[in-house]
Unconditional design. Sequence first.
Length: 189
Amino acid sequence: MPLIRLAYASEATFEAKPLEKGIEPHVARILLVSRRNNAKVSIVGGLYYGDNRFFQYLEGEEDAVRKTYERIQQDPRHRNVRTLIEEPIADRTFTNWSMKYVPASADVQAFLARHKLSEFNPVAFDSEQCEEMIELIRRSSQDQKSVNYDEVNRKTSPTPQTLSPGLKIGLVAAAACLVVALIVVATML
Ligand code: FAD
């Protein structure tokens, strides 16, 4: 069975929930199903979500990719689905990734700045920008790097980190021990 690759752009129909951490909940659900389904039919690729728009790249056996893309196109969670690339390939290039997720990463911000783009609008990408975006997702996959909003926030926001529950318990226990030790010492004096 011949292999093909396919990239498309679309607009999310849901209103992105403001995030404190992690992945946007709609996107998280899409990823869960994508990873389950794609792994079954040996589809590999990546998904980028930013500015409430999607860029997705798929590779796999022609039949499997086309069937998956038909389902994706009918999904009410996005609209204006535009095919950007659809062509045969000799080999897969996203080994081991049923659907790599790259949300708002610093790499993508740099890519937008390099092309003087004020927002992420993949439907307007030329072929060079598409290839660059695919390479960016691919590189991210090869590094085994899980880019998420936490990472972006850590790089861009000076807000202090809160203590983990384990550390909090440890500090309270240490303080309690100190108080007990002081009481014991005081009674001995
Ligand atoms: P289920 O997950 O059981 O879904 C059943 C039906 O309910 C489907 O028609 C589905 O579209 C619909 N549905 C489920 N949740 C919601 C919801 N919250 N709101 C509205 N309708 C809903 N699927 C893949 O298999 N591989 C992919 O790579 C992939 N990429 C996607 C990328 C984007 C940007 C989007 C929006 C969807 C993507 N999907 C992908 C999901 C795809 O559109 C189908 O929803 C999915 O393949 C159906 O899987 P399922 O048959 O296991 O059905």
